[in-house]
Design a protein around this ligand. Structure first.
Ligand code: SAH
Length: 387
Protein backbone atom coordinates (compact mmCIF):
# COMPACT_ATOMS: atom_id res chain seq x y z
CA UNK A 1 0.00 0.00 0.00
CA UNK A 2 1.23 3.46 -0.87
CA UNK A 3 1.62 5.89 2.06
CA UNK A 4 -1.23 8.40 2.21
CA UNK A 5 -2.12 11.78 3.68
CA UNK A 6 -5.67 13.03 4.05
CA UNK A 7 -6.32 16.74 3.72
CA UNK A 8 -9.15 19.06 4.68
CA UNK A 9 -11.67 20.65 2.33
CA UNK A 10 -9.68 23.86 2.34
CA UNK A 11 -6.51 21.97 1.40
CA UNK A 12 -8.41 20.21 -1.34
CA UNK A 13 -9.63 23.52 -2.75
CA UNK A 14 -6.06 24.83 -2.84
CA UNK A 15 -4.81 21.75 -4.65
CA UNK A 16 -7.71 21.86 -7.11
CA UNK A 17 -6.85 25.49 -7.83
CA UNK A 18 -3.43 24.26 -8.92
CA UNK A 19 -1.35 25.26 -5.90
CA UNK A 20 1.40 22.72 -5.16
CA UNK A 21 1.70 23.39 -1.42
CA UNK A 22 -0.56 21.98 1.30
CA UNK A 23 0.07 23.43 4.75
CA UNK A 24 0.13 21.48 8.00
CA UNK A 25 -3.09 23.16 9.14
CA UNK A 26 -4.89 21.59 6.16
CA UNK A 27 -3.70 18.05 6.90
CA UNK A 28 -6.02 15.78 8.88
CA UNK A 29 -4.46 12.30 8.77
CA UNK A 30 -0.97 11.00 8.05
CA UNK A 31 0.12 7.48 7.23
CA UNK A 32 3.56 8.19 5.86
CA UNK A 33 7.24 8.54 6.75
CA UNK A 34 9.37 11.69 6.23
CA UNK A 35 10.13 12.28 2.54
CA UNK A 36 7.66 9.66 1.25
CA UNK A 37 5.85 10.02 -2.04
CA UNK A 38 2.26 9.81 -0.81
CA UNK A 39 -1.21 9.57 -2.22
CA UNK A 40 -3.17 12.69 -1.24
CA UNK A 41 -6.79 12.05 -0.29
CA UNK A 42 -9.55 14.61 0.03
CA UNK A 43 -11.92 14.94 2.96
CA UNK A 44 -14.23 12.20 1.64
CA UNK A 45 -11.37 9.90 0.68
CA UNK A 46 -11.40 11.13 -2.91
CA UNK A 47 -7.96 11.03 -4.59
CA UNK A 48 -6.53 14.53 -5.07
CA UNK A 49 -3.10 13.59 -6.39
CA UNK A 50 0.39 12.62 -5.27
CA UNK A 51 2.86 14.62 -3.23
CA UNK A 52 6.12 14.56 -1.30
CA UNK A 53 5.50 14.49 2.44
CA UNK A 54 7.44 16.38 5.11
CA UNK A 55 6.84 15.71 8.81
CA UNK A 56 8.61 18.91 9.95
CA UNK A 57 7.82 21.73 7.55
CA UNK A 58 4.74 23.97 7.67
CA UNK A 59 4.47 22.94 4.01
CA UNK A 60 3.54 19.34 4.70
CA UNK A 61 2.81 18.30 1.13
CA UNK A 62 4.39 19.36 -2.15
CA UNK A 63 2.27 18.16 -5.04
CA UNK A 64 3.99 16.04 -7.67
CA UNK A 65 0.91 15.16 -9.71
CA UNK A 66 -2.69 16.34 -9.62
CA UNK A 67 -5.61 13.97 -10.27
CA UNK A 68 -5.93 10.22 -10.31
CA UNK A 69 -2.86 8.90 -12.09
CA UNK A 70 0.22 8.14 -10.00
CA UNK A 71 3.49 9.65 -11.26
CA UNK A 72 5.64 7.17 -13.19
CA UNK A 73 8.44 5.49 -11.25
CA UNK A 74 11.01 7.50 -13.22
CA UNK A 75 9.24 10.86 -12.82
CA UNK A 76 12.32 12.50 -11.32
CA UNK A 77 14.48 11.72 -14.32
CA UNK A 78 11.73 12.55 -16.81
CA UNK A 79 11.18 15.96 -15.22
CA UNK A 80 14.91 16.69 -15.07
CA UNK A 81 15.11 15.85 -18.77
CA UNK A 82 12.20 18.18 -19.55
CA UNK A 83 13.75 20.99 -17.50
CA UNK A 84 17.09 20.62 -19.29
CA UNK A 85 15.44 20.45 -22.74
CA UNK A 86 13.54 23.67 -22.00
CA UNK A 87 16.77 25.51 -21.04
CA UNK A 88 18.45 24.22 -24.21
CA UNK A 89 15.52 25.51 -26.28
CA UNK A 90 16.06 29.02 -24.85
CA UNK A 91 19.56 29.18 -26.41
CA UNK A 92 20.73 31.47 -23.59
CA UNK A 93 23.76 33.64 -24.25
CA UNK A 94 25.50 32.44 -21.09
CA UNK A 95 27.35 29.45 -19.66
CA UNK A 96 25.72 29.94 -16.25
CA UNK A 97 21.98 29.61 -15.78
CA UNK A 98 19.31 27.79 -13.79
CA UNK A 99 18.66 24.29 -15.04
CA UNK A 100 15.92 23.32 -12.57
CA UNK A 101 13.71 25.82 -10.75
CA UNK A 102 11.74 23.79 -8.22
CA UNK A 103 7.96 24.00 -8.46
CA UNK A 104 8.08 25.56 -11.92
CA UNK A 105 9.81 22.45 -13.23
CA UNK A 106 7.45 20.17 -11.29
CA UNK A 107 10.30 19.21 -8.96
CA UNK A 108 9.28 21.20 -5.89
CA UNK A 109 12.13 22.47 -3.70
CA UNK A 110 14.89 21.27 -6.04
CA UNK A 111 17.30 23.86 -7.46
CA UNK A 112 19.96 22.99 -10.02
CA UNK A 113 22.23 25.70 -11.43
CA UNK A 114 24.75 25.21 -14.19
CA UNK A 115 28.14 26.91 -14.00
CA UNK A 116 30.00 25.86 -17.13
CA UNK A 117 30.87 22.17 -16.77
CA UNK A 118 29.64 22.02 -13.17
CA UNK A 119 26.27 21.78 -11.47
CA UNK A 120 25.24 23.17 -8.09
CA UNK A 121 22.25 21.52 -6.44
CA UNK A 122 20.04 22.58 -3.51
CA UNK A 123 17.62 20.09 -1.94
CA UNK A 124 15.19 22.12 0.15
CA UNK A 125 12.72 19.52 1.40
CA UNK A 126 12.81 16.04 2.94
CA UNK A 127 11.38 14.41 -0.16
CA UNK A 128 13.97 15.91 -2.50
CA UNK A 129 16.82 15.40 -0.02
CA UNK A 130 16.01 11.69 0.17
CA UNK A 131 16.11 11.46 -3.62
CA UNK A 132 19.51 13.16 -4.04
CA UNK A 133 21.27 9.92 -5.09
CA UNK A 134 18.64 9.34 -7.80
CA UNK A 135 18.80 13.03 -8.85
CA UNK A 136 22.61 12.95 -9.00
CA UNK A 137 22.65 9.81 -11.15
CA UNK A 138 20.07 11.28 -13.52
CA UNK A 139 21.93 14.61 -13.81
CA UNK A 140 25.21 12.82 -14.56
CA UNK A 141 23.51 10.92 -17.35
CA UNK A 142 21.50 13.84 -18.77
CA UNK A 143 23.88 16.80 -18.38
CA UNK A 144 27.32 15.08 -18.28
CA UNK A 145 28.87 17.50 -15.77
CA UNK A 146 32.47 17.27 -14.53
CA UNK A 147 31.23 17.68 -11.00
CA UNK A 148 28.11 18.28 -8.89
CA UNK A 149 28.15 20.27 -5.66
CA UNK A 150 25.35 20.17 -3.07
CA UNK A 151 25.00 23.70 -1.65
CA UNK A 152 22.73 22.46 1.08
CA UNK A 153 23.46 25.38 3.40
CA UNK A 154 20.27 27.51 3.09
CA UNK A 155 18.52 28.09 6.40
CA UNK A 156 15.19 26.83 5.02
CA UNK A 157 16.59 23.31 5.36
CA UNK A 158 16.33 23.71 9.14
CA UNK A 159 12.55 24.08 8.76
CA UNK A 160 12.58 20.62 7.20
CA UNK A 161 14.67 19.16 10.03
CA UNK A 162 17.57 18.78 7.57
CA UNK A 163 21.15 19.73 8.44
CA UNK A 164 23.08 22.45 6.60
CA UNK A 165 26.14 21.28 4.70
CA UNK A 166 28.10 21.70 1.46
CA UNK A 167 29.47 18.57 -0.19
CA UNK A 168 30.55 17.16 -3.53
CA UNK A 169 27.99 14.68 -4.87
CA UNK A 170 29.89 13.70 -7.98
CA UNK A 171 33.32 14.27 -9.61
CA UNK A 172 35.34 17.28 -8.42
CA UNK A 173 34.21 20.86 -7.99
CA UNK A 174 36.91 23.58 -8.00
CA UNK A 175 36.89 26.64 -5.77
CA UNK A 176 36.62 28.92 -8.79
CA UNK A 177 34.69 28.35 -12.02
CA UNK A 178 34.95 30.72 -14.94
CA UNK A 179 31.60 31.41 -16.58
CA UNK A 180 30.35 33.84 -19.20
CA UNK A 181 27.18 35.86 -19.27
CA UNK A 182 26.77 37.84 -22.47
CA UNK A 183 30.08 39.66 -22.99
CA UNK A 184 31.16 39.41 -19.34
CA UNK A 185 33.25 36.64 -17.79
CA UNK A 186 33.12 35.98 -14.06
CA UNK A 187 35.05 33.90 -11.62
CA UNK A 188 32.40 32.19 -9.52
CA UNK A 189 32.86 30.60 -6.10
CA UNK A 190 30.22 27.85 -6.00
CA UNK A 191 31.25 26.78 -2.48
CA UNK A 192 30.76 30.08 -0.67
CA UNK A 193 29.22 32.64 -3.06
CA UNK A 194 25.73 34.01 -2.32
CA UNK A 195 22.87 31.77 -3.52
CA UNK A 196 24.78 29.19 -5.60
CA UNK A 197 27.45 31.67 -6.70
CA UNK A 198 25.74 34.25 -8.92
CA UNK A 199 22.39 36.03 -9.14
CA UNK A 200 21.40 34.16 -12.26
CA UNK A 201 17.80 35.39 -12.09
CA UNK A 202 18.89 38.91 -13.18
CA UNK A 203 20.61 37.88 -16.42
CA UNK A 204 17.80 39.00 -18.72
CA UNK A 205 17.25 42.20 -16.78
CA UNK A 206 20.93 43.03 -17.27
CA UNK A 207 20.43 42.40 -21.00
CA UNK A 208 17.34 44.64 -20.99
CA UNK A 209 19.10 47.41 -19.06
CA UNK A 210 21.80 47.43 -21.72
CA UNK A 211 19.24 48.94 -24.11
CA UNK A 212 19.04 52.13 -22.03
CA UNK A 213 22.26 52.45 -20.02
CA UNK A 214 24.38 55.50 -20.78
CA UNK A 215 26.48 58.25 -19.22
CA UNK A 216 27.25 57.92 -15.51
CA UNK A 217 25.95 54.69 -13.98
CA UNK A 218 25.31 53.96 -10.31
CA UNK A 219 24.89 50.24 -9.53
CA UNK A 220 23.60 50.02 -5.97
CA UNK A 221 23.63 46.59 -4.24
CA UNK A 222 26.06 45.33 -6.85
CA UNK A 223 27.24 42.01 -5.29
CA UNK A 224 30.06 40.94 -7.63
CA UNK A 225 29.15 43.52 -10.23
CA UNK A 226 26.39 41.87 -12.28
CA UNK A 227 24.81 45.06 -13.61
CA UNK A 228 27.91 47.26 -13.36
CA UNK A 229 30.06 45.00 -15.53
CA UNK A 230 27.46 44.24 -18.18
CA UNK A 231 26.47 47.91 -18.55
CA UNK A 232 29.99 49.41 -18.29
CA UNK A 233 30.75 49.22 -22.04
CA UNK A 234 27.75 51.51 -22.67
CA UNK A 235 28.60 54.00 -19.93
CA UNK A 236 31.25 56.65 -19.37
CA UNK A 237 31.80 55.98 -15.68
CA UNK A 238 30.42 53.33 -13.35
CA UNK A 239 30.13 53.44 -9.56
CA UNK A 240 29.27 50.06 -7.99
CA UNK A 241 28.32 49.89 -4.31
CA UNK A 242 27.93 46.92 -2.00
CA UNK A 243 28.17 46.64 1.75
CA UNK A 244 30.29 43.50 1.56
CA UNK A 245 34.09 44.02 1.30
CA UNK A 246 34.34 40.59 -0.22
CA UNK A 247 31.79 41.41 -2.94
CA UNK A 248 33.61 44.66 -3.71
CA UNK A 249 36.91 42.76 -4.07
CA UNK A 250 35.13 40.47 -6.58
CA UNK A 251 33.80 43.48 -8.53
CA UNK A 252 37.35 44.86 -8.86
CA UNK A 253 38.73 41.46 -9.91
CA UNK A 254 35.96 40.93 -12.44
CA UNK A 255 36.33 44.48 -13.83
CA UNK A 256 40.07 43.86 -14.36
CA UNK A 257 39.46 40.45 -15.92
CA UNK A 258 37.02 42.05 -18.40
CA UNK A 259 39.32 45.08 -18.99
CA UNK A 260 36.66 47.50 -17.84
CA UNK A 261 38.72 50.43 -16.64
CA UNK A 262 35.71 52.70 -16.00
CA UNK A 263 34.33 50.74 -13.05
CA UNK A 264 34.87 52.03 -9.51
CA UNK A 265 33.69 49.87 -6.60
CA UNK A 266 33.03 51.04 -3.03
CA UNK A 267 32.21 49.01 0.08
CA UNK A 268 29.45 51.17 1.58
CA UNK A 269 25.96 51.00 2.96
CA UNK A 270 23.71 52.08 0.07
CA UNK A 271 21.32 53.95 2.39
CA UNK A 272 24.21 56.13 3.66
CA UNK A 273 25.90 56.50 0.30
CA UNK A 274 22.73 57.65 -1.51
CA UNK A 275 22.33 60.37 1.10
CA UNK A 276 25.99 61.35 0.76
CA UNK A 277 25.81 61.46 -3.05
CA UNK A 278 22.75 63.69 -2.79
CA UNK A 279 24.52 66.00 -0.33
CA UNK A 280 27.54 66.39 -2.63
CA UNK A 281 25.32 67.12 -5.64
CA UNK A 282 26.26 64.00 -7.64
CA UNK A 283 24.01 63.16 -10.61
CA UNK A 284 23.63 60.00 -12.71
CA UNK A 285 22.18 59.09 -16.11
CA UNK A 286 21.48 55.48 -15.19
CA UNK A 287 20.82 53.94 -11.76
CA UNK A 288 20.28 50.30 -10.80
CA UNK A 289 18.72 49.37 -7.44
CA UNK A 290 18.86 45.64 -6.72
CA UNK A 291 18.57 45.25 -2.95
CA UNK A 292 18.29 41.95 -1.06
CA UNK A 293 14.74 40.81 -0.19
CA UNK A 294 13.63 43.43 2.35
CA UNK A 295 10.46 41.44 3.19
CA UNK A 296 11.57 37.92 4.09
CA UNK A 297 8.14 37.26 5.63
CA UNK A 298 4.66 38.80 5.82
CA UNK A 299 5.31 40.67 9.06
CA UNK A 300 8.22 42.51 7.45
CA UNK A 301 6.17 43.98 4.57
CA UNK A 302 5.49 47.44 6.04
CA UNK A 303 9.14 48.00 6.94
CA UNK A 304 10.22 46.64 3.55
CA UNK A 305 7.95 49.08 1.73
CA UNK A 306 9.45 52.00 3.58
CA UNK A 307 12.93 50.75 2.63
CA UNK A 308 11.95 50.48 -1.04
CA UNK A 309 10.38 53.92 -0.87
CA UNK A 310 13.51 55.48 0.58
CA UNK A 311 16.01 54.10 -1.93
CA UNK A 312 13.75 54.80 -4.90
CA UNK A 313 13.07 58.34 -3.71
CA UNK A 314 16.79 59.05 -3.32
CA UNK A 315 17.65 57.42 -6.64
CA UNK A 316 15.01 59.48 -8.49
CA UNK A 317 16.52 62.63 -6.99
CA UNK A 318 20.03 61.62 -8.14
CA UNK A 319 18.80 60.78 -11.64
CA UNK A 320 19.08 63.39 -14.41
CA UNK A 321 16.05 64.11 -16.57
CA UNK A 322 16.17 61.67 -19.52
CA UNK A 323 17.90 59.14 -17.26
CA UNK A 324 16.84 55.55 -16.56
CA UNK A 325 16.19 53.83 -13.24
CA UNK A 326 16.26 50.03 -13.15
CA UNK A 327 14.61 49.17 -9.84
CA UNK A 328 14.13 45.66 -8.47
CA UNK A 329 12.45 43.82 -5.62
CA UNK A 330 13.08 40.14 -5.00
CA UNK A 331 10.67 39.89 -2.03
CA UNK A 332 7.89 37.51 -3.02
CA UNK A 333 5.79 39.01 -0.23
CA UNK A 334 5.81 42.34 -2.10
CA UNK A 335 3.56 41.97 -5.14
CA UNK A 336 4.07 43.77 -8.41
CA UNK A 337 1.13 46.05 -7.59
CA UNK A 338 2.61 46.93 -4.18
CA UNK A 339 6.00 47.60 -5.68
CA UNK A 340 4.58 49.83 -8.43
CA UNK A 341 2.63 51.73 -5.82
CA UNK A 342 5.64 52.37 -3.61
CA UNK A 343 7.79 53.49 -6.55
CA UNK A 344 4.98 55.79 -7.70
CA UNK A 345 4.84 57.29 -4.22
CA UNK A 346 8.61 57.84 -4.34
CA UNK A 347 8.24 59.61 -7.71
CA UNK A 348 5.52 61.86 -6.29
CA UNK A 349 7.72 62.81 -3.34
CA UNK A 350 10.95 63.31 -5.31
CA UNK A 351 9.15 65.03 -7.14
CA UNK A 352 9.74 63.48 -10.57
CA UNK A 353 7.66 62.76 -13.65
CA UNK A 354 8.42 59.16 -14.50
CA UNK A 355 7.31 56.79 -17.25
CA UNK A 356 7.34 53.00 -17.14
CA UNK A 357 9.51 51.70 -19.97
CA UNK A 358 9.53 47.98 -19.14
CA UNK A 359 7.91 45.76 -16.51
CA UNK A 360 10.01 42.65 -16.03
CA UNK A 361 10.50 39.57 -13.87
CA UNK A 362 13.17 36.95 -13.24
CA UNK A 363 14.70 35.35 -16.35
CA UNK A 364 12.97 32.62 -18.33
CA UNK A 365 15.21 29.96 -16.81
CA UNK A 366 13.40 30.76 -13.49
CA UNK A 367 9.81 30.24 -14.72
CA UNK A 368 6.73 31.58 -12.94
CA UNK A 369 3.71 29.33 -12.33
CA UNK A 370 0.58 31.30 -13.07
CA UNK A 371 -1.37 29.67 -10.24
CA UNK A 372 1.40 30.14 -7.70
CA UNK A 373 1.96 33.83 -6.89
CA UNK A 374 4.94 32.92 -4.66
CA UNK A 375 6.90 31.97 -7.79
CA UNK A 376 6.72 35.54 -9.17
CA UNK A 377 9.29 36.84 -6.73
CA UNK A 378 11.55 39.14 -8.76
CA UNK A 379 10.06 42.37 -10.05
CA UNK A 380 12.14 44.69 -12.19
CA UNK A 381 10.86 48.04 -13.43
CA UNK A 382 12.74 50.08 -15.98
CA UNK A 383 11.71 53.69 -15.57
CA UNK A 384 12.56 56.91 -17.39
CA UNK A 385 12.70 60.23 -15.62
CA UNK A 386 11.02 62.78 -17.86
CA UNK A 387 11.59 65.77 -15.61
N1 SAH B 1 22.83 43.22 -8.25
C1 SAH B 1 23.50 41.97 -7.93
C2 SAH B 1 22.78 41.17 -6.86
C3 SAH B 1 22.54 41.93 -5.60
S1 SAH B 1 22.15 40.94 -4.22
C4 SAH B 1 23.67 41.16 -9.21
O1 SAH B 1 23.15 41.55 -10.26
O2 SAH B 1 24.36 40.15 -9.16
C5 SAH B 1 22.07 42.12 -2.95
C6 SAH B 1 23.41 42.66 -2.49
O3 SAH B 1 23.14 43.74 -1.61
C7 SAH B 1 24.29 41.70 -1.72
O4 SAH B 1 25.52 41.57 -2.40
C8 SAH B 1 24.50 42.36 -0.34
O5 SAH B 1 25.84 42.27 0.13
C9 SAH B 1 24.17 43.80 -0.63
N2 SAH B 1 23.64 44.60 0.48
C10 SAH B 1 22.72 44.27 1.41
N3 SAH B 1 22.40 45.33 2.18
C11 SAH B 1 23.15 46.37 1.73
C12 SAH B 1 23.27 47.74 2.10
N4 SAH B 1 22.54 48.26 3.10
N5 SAH B 1 24.12 48.51 1.40
C13 SAH B 1 24.87 47.99 0.39
N6 SAH B 1 24.76 46.71 -0.01
C14 SAH B 1 23.93 45.92 0.64
Amino acid sequence: MMPSVTITRRGEERARAGHPWIYRSDVSEVEAAPGDLVQVLGSRGRPVGHALFSDESEITLRMIAFGLAAPSTDFVKARLAAAIAYRESLALDATAYRLVHGEADRLPSLIVDRYGDYLVVQALSQGIDRRLPEITAALVELARPKGILARNDPRVRLLEGLEQHVAVLYGDVPERIEVREGAVTYDVDPWKGQKTGLFLDQRENREAALRYAHGRLLDAFSYNGGFALSLAPRCDAVLAIDISENAVARIRENAARNRLANVEARAMNVFDELRELERTGARFDTIVLDPPAFAKNKSAIAKALSGYKEINLRALKLLKPGGFLVTCSCSYNVSEAMFLEVVAAAAADAPAEVSLVEKRAQGRDHPILINVPETYYLKCLILRKLA
